[in-house]
Design a protein around this ligand. Sequence first.
Ligand code: NAD
Length: 355
Amino acid sequence: MKKYKIAVIKGDGVGPEIIDATLQVLDAVSVNEDFELEYEEYLMGGIAYDITGSPLPEKTIKGCKEANAILFGAIGGPKWDNLPRHLRPESGLLKLRQELGVFANLRPTLVYDELVNASTLKESVVKGVNLVVVRELTGGIYFGTPREKGDDKAFNTMVYERYEVERIAKIAFDLAMKRDKKVCSVDKANVLEVSQFWREIVIEIAKDYPEVELTHMYVDNAAMQLVRDPKQFDVILTGNLFGDILSDEASMITGSIGLLPSASIGGRVGLYEPIHGSAPDIARQGIANPIATIASSAMMLRYALNENSAATKVENAIIKTLQDGYRTKDLSQFRAKEVCSTIEIGSIIAGFASK
Ligand code: NAD
Protein backbone atom coordinates (compact mmCIF):
# COMPACT_ATOMS: atom_id res chain seq x y z
CA MET A 1 0.00 0.00 0.00
CA LYS A 2 1.38 3.42 -1.00
CA LYS A 3 1.65 6.02 1.75
CA TYR A 4 1.66 9.76 1.13
CA LYS A 5 2.56 12.48 3.62
CA ILE A 6 0.23 15.45 3.40
CA ALA A 7 1.19 18.66 5.19
CA VAL A 8 -2.08 20.24 6.29
CA ILE A 9 -2.28 23.96 7.00
CA LYS A 10 -5.68 25.02 8.27
CA GLY A 11 -4.79 28.66 8.88
CA ASP A 12 -7.26 31.34 9.92
CA GLY A 13 -10.93 32.29 9.53
CA VAL A 14 -12.87 29.61 7.67
CA GLY A 15 -9.63 27.68 7.04
CA PRO A 16 -10.14 25.04 9.77
CA GLU A 17 -13.78 24.43 8.73
CA ILE A 18 -13.12 23.94 5.02
CA ILE A 19 -10.08 21.75 5.68
CA ASP A 20 -11.99 19.53 8.13
CA ALA A 21 -14.69 19.02 5.49
CA THR A 22 -12.02 18.21 2.89
CA LEU A 23 -10.21 15.67 5.08
CA GLN A 24 -13.49 13.76 5.40
CA VAL A 25 -13.60 13.48 1.61
CA LEU A 26 -9.95 12.43 1.30
CA ASP A 27 -10.42 9.78 3.98
CA ALA A 28 -13.51 8.47 2.22
CA VAL A 29 -11.97 8.32 -1.24
CA SER A 30 -8.80 6.58 -0.08
CA VAL A 31 -10.79 3.73 1.53
CA ASN A 32 -11.26 1.89 -1.77
CA GLU A 33 -7.95 2.93 -3.31
CA ASP A 34 -4.51 1.48 -2.99
CA PHE A 35 -3.01 4.33 -0.96
CA GLU A 36 -3.05 5.83 2.51
CA LEU A 37 -2.77 9.48 3.43
CA GLU A 38 -0.87 10.56 6.53
CA TYR A 39 -1.73 14.08 7.64
CA GLU A 40 0.64 16.28 9.59
CA GLU A 41 -0.77 19.62 10.72
CA TYR A 42 1.35 22.77 10.64
CA LEU A 43 0.79 26.31 11.84
CA MET A 44 0.77 29.24 9.48
CA GLY A 45 -0.77 32.70 9.20
CA GLY A 46 -2.32 34.69 12.03
CA ILE A 47 -2.68 31.69 14.31
CA ALA A 48 1.01 30.88 13.84
CA TYR A 49 1.91 34.45 14.71
CA ASP A 50 -0.24 34.31 17.86
CA ILE A 51 1.33 31.07 19.05
CA THR A 52 4.94 31.34 17.83
CA GLY A 53 5.51 35.02 16.95
CA SER A 54 6.05 34.17 13.27
CA PRO A 55 3.46 33.77 10.48
CA LEU A 56 5.61 31.01 8.96
CA PRO A 57 7.50 29.04 11.62
CA GLU A 58 10.62 27.09 10.56
CA LYS A 59 8.90 23.86 11.60
CA THR A 60 6.18 24.52 9.02
CA ILE A 61 8.69 25.16 6.22
CA LYS A 62 10.57 21.97 7.08
CA GLY A 63 7.40 19.88 7.34
CA CYS A 64 6.08 21.20 4.03
CA LYS A 65 9.35 20.45 2.25
CA GLU A 66 9.30 16.88 3.52
CA ALA A 67 5.69 16.22 2.48
CA ASN A 68 4.35 14.81 -0.81
CA ALA A 69 1.89 17.69 -1.04
CA ILE A 70 0.49 20.59 0.97
CA LEU A 71 -3.20 21.11 1.53
CA PHE A 72 -3.83 24.68 2.51
CA GLY A 73 -6.97 26.41 3.87
CA ALA A 74 -6.65 30.19 4.08
CA ILE A 75 -4.87 32.77 6.18
CA GLY A 76 -5.32 36.34 7.34
CA GLY A 77 -7.93 38.50 9.01
CA PRO A 78 -8.48 41.96 10.51
CA LYS A 79 -6.86 40.93 13.81
CA TRP A 80 -3.44 40.87 12.11
CA ASP A 81 -3.90 43.69 9.56
CA ASN A 82 -1.92 46.26 11.56
CA LEU A 83 1.17 44.15 12.15
CA PRO A 84 4.40 45.17 10.41
CA ARG A 85 4.44 43.80 6.86
CA HIS A 86 6.94 40.98 7.51
CA LEU A 87 4.83 39.60 10.37
CA ARG A 88 1.51 39.64 8.53
CA PRO A 89 -0.07 36.31 7.55
CA GLU A 90 0.15 37.13 3.81
CA SER A 91 3.96 37.50 4.05
CA GLY A 92 4.05 33.96 5.39
CA LEU A 93 2.29 32.66 2.28
CA LEU A 94 4.58 34.55 -0.11
CA LYS A 95 7.60 33.23 1.74
CA LEU A 96 6.28 29.66 1.69
CA ARG A 97 5.77 29.84 -2.10
CA GLN A 98 9.33 31.12 -2.44
CA GLU A 99 10.75 28.43 -0.19
CA LEU A 100 8.96 25.75 -2.20
CA GLY A 101 10.03 27.24 -5.55
CA VAL A 102 6.52 26.88 -6.98
CA PHE A 103 6.67 28.81 -10.24
CA ALA A 104 3.40 27.74 -11.85
CA ASN A 105 -0.06 28.64 -10.66
CA LEU A 106 -2.90 26.59 -12.09
CA ARG A 107 -6.39 27.97 -11.79
CA PRO A 108 -9.16 25.94 -13.38
CA THR A 109 -12.48 27.58 -14.13
CA LEU A 110 -15.22 25.01 -14.40
CA VAL A 111 -18.85 26.04 -14.67
CA TYR A 112 -21.10 23.42 -13.10
CA ASP A 113 -24.38 23.07 -15.04
CA GLU A 114 -26.44 23.30 -11.86
CA LEU A 115 -24.90 26.65 -10.95
CA VAL A 116 -24.89 28.23 -14.36
CA ASN A 117 -27.22 30.96 -13.07
CA ALA A 118 -24.71 32.03 -10.42
CA SER A 119 -22.67 33.73 -13.13
CA THR A 120 -23.25 37.35 -14.02
CA LEU A 121 -22.87 36.32 -17.66
CA LYS A 122 -25.57 34.77 -19.84
CA GLU A 123 -26.18 31.04 -19.53
CA SER A 124 -25.43 30.50 -23.24
CA VAL A 125 -21.98 32.09 -22.74
CA VAL A 126 -20.91 30.21 -19.61
CA LYS A 127 -22.58 26.80 -19.83
CA GLY A 128 -19.86 24.23 -20.47
CA VAL A 129 -16.87 26.48 -19.69
CA ASN A 130 -13.88 24.38 -18.63
CA LEU A 131 -10.56 26.19 -18.87
CA VAL A 132 -7.34 26.52 -16.88
CA VAL A 133 -5.13 29.57 -16.55
CA VAL A 134 -1.46 28.64 -16.16
CA ARG A 135 0.23 31.67 -14.67
CA GLU A 136 3.98 32.11 -14.26
CA LEU A 137 4.35 32.92 -10.58
CA THR A 138 7.91 33.78 -9.65
CA GLY A 139 9.21 35.97 -12.48
CA GLY A 140 8.16 38.91 -14.64
CA ILE A 141 7.48 42.45 -13.54
CA TYR A 142 6.65 41.61 -9.90
CA PHE A 143 10.22 40.47 -9.31
CA GLY A 144 12.29 42.15 -12.07
CA THR A 145 15.13 44.50 -11.25
CA PRO A 146 15.97 47.34 -11.44
CA ARG A 147 12.93 48.79 -9.77
CA GLU A 148 12.65 52.23 -8.26
CA LYS A 149 10.21 54.76 -6.89
CA GLY A 150 11.46 58.34 -6.80
CA ASP A 151 9.71 61.69 -6.45
CA ASP A 152 9.53 62.38 -10.17
CA LYS A 153 9.87 58.94 -11.66
CA ALA A 154 9.13 55.32 -10.84
CA PHE A 155 9.67 52.11 -12.76
CA ASN A 156 9.58 48.34 -12.67
CA THR A 157 11.21 45.89 -15.03
CA MET A 158 9.46 43.07 -16.82
CA VAL A 159 12.13 40.47 -17.36
CA TYR A 160 11.96 36.82 -18.31
CA GLU A 161 14.85 34.44 -18.70
CA ARG A 162 14.74 31.62 -21.22
CA TYR A 163 14.55 28.86 -18.60
CA GLU A 164 11.62 30.55 -16.90
CA VAL A 165 9.54 30.64 -20.07
CA GLU A 166 10.56 27.14 -21.08
CA ARG A 167 9.55 25.53 -17.81
CA ILE A 168 6.16 27.26 -17.52
CA ALA A 169 5.39 26.51 -21.18
CA LYS A 170 6.15 22.82 -20.57
CA ILE A 171 3.71 22.79 -17.64
CA ALA A 172 1.00 24.27 -19.88
CA PHE A 173 1.62 21.85 -22.76
CA ASP A 174 1.78 18.83 -20.44
CA LEU A 175 -1.52 19.91 -18.94
CA ALA A 176 -3.08 20.42 -22.37
CA MET A 177 -2.08 16.85 -23.29
CA LYS A 178 -4.32 15.64 -20.44
CA ARG A 179 -7.18 17.91 -21.55
CA ASP A 180 -8.42 19.19 -24.92
CA LYS A 181 -4.90 19.69 -26.37
CA LYS A 182 -5.21 23.44 -26.91
CA VAL A 183 -2.85 26.11 -25.55
CA CYS A 184 -3.48 29.82 -26.00
CA SER A 185 -0.37 31.81 -25.05
CA VAL A 186 -1.26 35.32 -23.95
CA ASP A 187 1.25 38.16 -24.28
CA LYS A 188 1.68 41.71 -25.51
CA ALA A 189 4.11 40.93 -28.32
CA ASN A 190 2.91 43.85 -30.45
CA VAL A 191 4.49 46.25 -27.95
CA LEU A 192 6.86 44.49 -25.55
CA GLU A 193 10.20 42.90 -26.41
CA VAL A 194 9.86 40.61 -23.41
CA SER A 195 6.61 39.31 -24.91
CA GLN A 196 8.23 38.73 -28.32
CA PHE A 197 10.88 36.68 -26.52
CA TRP A 198 8.16 34.81 -24.60
CA ARG A 199 6.30 34.01 -27.83
CA GLU A 200 9.43 32.73 -29.63
CA ILE A 201 10.23 30.34 -26.79
CA VAL A 202 6.65 29.09 -26.51
CA ILE A 203 6.73 28.31 -30.25
CA GLU A 204 9.98 26.37 -29.75
CA ILE A 205 8.55 24.33 -26.86
CA ALA A 206 5.39 23.61 -28.87
CA LYS A 207 7.50 21.60 -31.34
CA ASP A 208 7.77 18.89 -28.68
CA TYR A 209 3.99 18.68 -28.49
CA PRO A 210 2.80 18.21 -32.09
CA GLU A 211 -0.66 17.10 -30.95
CA VAL A 212 -1.31 20.37 -29.13
CA GLU A 213 -2.81 23.26 -31.05
CA LEU A 214 -0.99 26.50 -30.11
CA THR A 215 -2.50 29.93 -30.61
CA HIS A 216 -1.35 33.37 -29.46
CA MET A 217 -3.44 36.25 -28.22
CA TYR A 218 -2.65 39.78 -27.06
CA VAL A 219 -3.63 40.29 -23.45
CA ASP A 220 -6.13 43.08 -24.15
CA ASN A 221 -7.97 40.82 -26.60
CA ALA A 222 -7.78 37.88 -24.17
CA ALA A 223 -9.49 39.97 -21.49
CA MET A 224 -12.31 40.65 -23.96
CA GLN A 225 -12.54 37.11 -25.29
CA LEU A 226 -12.82 35.69 -21.77
CA VAL A 227 -16.16 37.40 -21.25
CA ARG A 228 -17.30 37.23 -24.91
CA ASP A 229 -16.71 33.52 -25.52
CA PRO A 230 -14.84 31.74 -22.69
CA LYS A 231 -15.62 28.32 -24.19
CA GLN A 232 -12.99 28.86 -26.89
CA PHE A 233 -10.23 28.33 -24.28
CA ASP A 234 -8.73 25.13 -22.91
CA VAL A 235 -5.33 26.09 -21.41
CA ILE A 236 -4.33 29.75 -21.19
CA LEU A 237 -0.56 30.17 -20.71
CA THR A 238 0.66 33.55 -19.54
CA GLY A 239 3.14 35.54 -17.45
CA ASN A 240 2.87 36.77 -13.91
CA LEU A 241 1.18 40.15 -14.34
CA PHE A 242 -1.20 39.18 -17.15
CA GLY A 243 -1.98 35.91 -15.36
CA ASP A 244 -2.79 37.69 -12.12
CA ILE A 245 -5.45 39.74 -13.87
CA LEU A 246 -6.79 37.10 -16.27
CA SER A 247 -7.04 34.34 -13.65
CA ASP A 248 -9.22 36.57 -11.46
CA GLU A 249 -11.34 37.51 -14.45
CA ALA A 250 -11.67 33.87 -15.52
CA SER A 251 -12.60 32.70 -12.06
CA MET A 252 -15.43 35.18 -11.82
CA ILE A 253 -17.07 33.69 -14.91
CA THR A 254 -18.52 31.12 -12.50
CA GLY A 255 -19.84 33.83 -10.19
CA SER A 256 -19.03 31.96 -7.00
CA ILE A 257 -15.77 32.29 -5.13
CA GLY A 258 -16.42 29.28 -2.87
CA LEU A 259 -16.04 26.78 -5.73
CA LEU A 260 -12.69 27.55 -7.27
CA PRO A 261 -9.54 25.53 -6.59
CA SER A 262 -5.91 26.24 -7.38
CA ALA A 263 -2.53 24.58 -7.40
CA SER A 264 0.92 26.14 -7.18
CA ILE A 265 3.40 23.68 -8.58
CA GLY A 266 6.79 23.31 -10.22
CA GLY A 267 8.93 23.00 -7.09
CA ARG A 268 9.52 19.73 -5.28
CA VAL A 269 6.26 20.01 -3.35
CA GLY A 270 3.03 21.59 -4.61
CA LEU A 271 0.59 23.76 -2.68
CA TYR A 272 -3.13 23.10 -3.15
CA GLU A 273 -5.56 25.74 -1.96
CA PRO A 274 -8.90 27.45 -2.67
CA ILE A 275 -8.64 30.78 -4.47
CA HIS A 276 -10.65 32.55 -1.80
CA GLY A 277 -9.33 34.04 1.42
CA SER A 278 -10.13 33.34 5.06
CA ALA A 279 -13.62 34.93 4.87
CA PRO A 280 -13.48 36.29 8.44
CA ASP A 281 -17.03 37.64 8.04
CA ILE A 282 -18.46 34.09 8.04
CA ALA A 283 -15.84 32.25 10.12
CA ARG A 284 -16.96 29.78 12.81
CA GLN A 285 -20.56 29.82 11.61
CA GLY A 286 -20.39 26.55 9.69
CA ILE A 287 -21.64 28.19 6.48
CA ALA A 288 -18.46 28.43 4.38
CA ASN A 289 -18.51 26.52 1.12
CA PRO A 290 -15.82 23.80 1.26
CA ILE A 291 -16.07 22.86 -2.44
CA ALA A 292 -13.12 25.03 -3.55
CA THR A 293 -10.90 23.25 -1.04
CA ILE A 294 -12.30 19.82 -1.86
CA ALA A 295 -11.70 20.51 -5.57
CA SER A 296 -8.15 21.61 -4.66
CA SER A 297 -7.66 18.27 -2.95
CA ALA A 298 -8.73 16.56 -6.19
CA MET A 299 -6.02 18.55 -7.99
CA MET A 300 -3.59 17.38 -5.31
CA LEU A 301 -4.54 13.74 -5.89
CA ARG A 302 -4.10 14.15 -9.65
CA TYR A 303 -0.99 16.34 -9.95
CA ALA A 304 1.00 15.63 -6.79
CA LEU A 305 0.16 11.99 -6.15
CA ASN A 306 -0.82 10.80 -9.63
CA GLU A 307 -3.91 9.16 -8.13
CA ASN A 308 -6.13 9.93 -11.08
CA SER A 309 -8.94 7.54 -10.27
CA ALA A 310 -9.34 9.02 -6.78
CA ALA A 311 -9.20 12.56 -8.21
CA THR A 312 -11.97 11.75 -10.68
CA LYS A 313 -14.07 10.22 -7.90
CA VAL A 314 -13.80 13.42 -5.86
CA GLU A 315 -14.63 15.60 -8.87
CA ASN A 316 -17.64 13.45 -9.75
CA ALA A 317 -18.79 13.45 -6.12
CA ILE A 318 -18.81 17.27 -6.17
CA ILE A 319 -20.91 17.24 -9.34
CA LYS A 320 -23.33 14.65 -7.91
CA THR A 321 -23.74 16.69 -4.72
CA LEU A 322 -24.61 19.79 -6.73
CA GLN A 323 -26.91 17.81 -9.05
CA ASP A 324 -28.78 16.48 -6.02
CA GLY A 325 -29.42 20.03 -4.85
CA TYR A 326 -27.21 20.21 -1.75
CA ARG A 327 -25.87 23.72 -1.27
CA THR A 328 -24.07 25.82 1.31
CA LYS A 329 -25.70 29.14 2.15
CA ASP A 330 -23.76 31.15 -0.46
CA LEU A 331 -25.43 29.12 -3.24
CA SER A 332 -28.83 28.66 -1.62
CA GLN A 333 -30.63 30.68 -4.30
CA PHE A 334 -29.42 28.42 -7.12
CA ARG A 335 -31.61 25.34 -7.50
CA ALA A 336 -31.11 24.29 -3.86
CA LYS A 337 -33.10 21.41 -2.44
CA GLU A 338 -31.37 21.50 0.90
CA VAL A 339 -29.09 24.08 2.52
CA CYS A 340 -26.30 22.36 4.43
CA SER A 341 -23.47 23.31 6.75
CA THR A 342 -19.81 23.18 5.72
CA ILE A 343 -19.21 19.83 7.39
CA GLU A 344 -22.49 18.37 6.05
CA ILE A 345 -21.50 19.18 2.47
CA GLY A 346 -18.16 17.51 3.20
CA SER A 347 -19.97 14.37 4.46
CA ILE A 348 -22.26 14.24 1.43
CA ILE A 349 -19.36 14.57 -1.00
CA ALA A 350 -17.42 12.01 1.05
CA GLY A 351 -20.35 9.62 0.77
CA PHE A 352 -20.39 9.84 -3.02
CA ALA A 353 -16.60 9.73 -3.26
CA SER A 354 -16.36 6.50 -1.26
CA LYS A 355 -18.49 4.52 -3.74
P1 NAD B 1 -12.24 36.46 0.97
O1 NAD B 1 -12.05 35.61 -0.23
O2 NAD B 1 -11.83 35.89 2.25
O3 NAD B 1 -13.79 36.85 1.08
C1 NAD B 1 -14.49 37.60 0.08
C2 NAD B 1 -16.01 37.33 0.20
O4 NAD B 1 -16.28 36.01 -0.25
C3 NAD B 1 -16.50 37.38 1.64
O5 NAD B 1 -17.79 37.94 1.68
C4 NAD B 1 -16.57 35.94 2.08
O6 NAD B 1 -17.54 35.67 3.06
C5 NAD B 1 -16.89 35.24 0.76
N1 NAD B 1 -16.30 33.89 0.75
C6 NAD B 1 -14.98 33.60 0.61
N2 NAD B 1 -14.79 32.28 0.67
C7 NAD B 1 -16.01 31.72 0.84
C8 NAD B 1 -16.47 30.39 0.99
N3 NAD B 1 -15.63 29.34 0.98
N4 NAD B 1 -17.80 30.18 1.14
C9 NAD B 1 -18.66 31.19 1.15
N5 NAD B 1 -18.29 32.48 1.01
C10 NAD B 1 -16.97 32.74 0.87
O7 NAD B 1 -11.51 37.82 0.67
P2 NAD B 1 -11.26 39.09 1.64
O8 NAD B 1 -12.47 39.32 2.47
O9 NAD B 1 -10.76 40.15 0.74
O10 NAD B 1 -10.05 38.65 2.55
C11 NAD B 1 -10.20 38.16 3.90
C12 NAD B 1 -8.82 37.77 4.43
O11 NAD B 1 -8.30 36.70 3.65
C13 NAD B 1 -7.80 38.90 4.33
O12 NAD B 1 -7.03 38.90 5.50
C14 NAD B 1 -6.95 38.53 3.12
O13 NAD B 1 -5.65 39.02 3.21
C15 NAD B 1 -6.96 37.02 3.21
N6 NAD B 1 -6.70 36.32 1.96
C16 NAD B 1 -6.04 35.14 2.06
C17 NAD B 1 -5.81 34.38 0.93
C18 NAD B 1 -5.12 33.07 1.11
O14 NAD B 1 -5.07 32.55 2.20
N7 NAD B 1 -4.60 32.47 0.04
C19 NAD B 1 -6.27 34.82 -0.31
C20 NAD B 1 -6.98 36.01 -0.39
C21 NAD B 1 -7.21 36.76 0.77
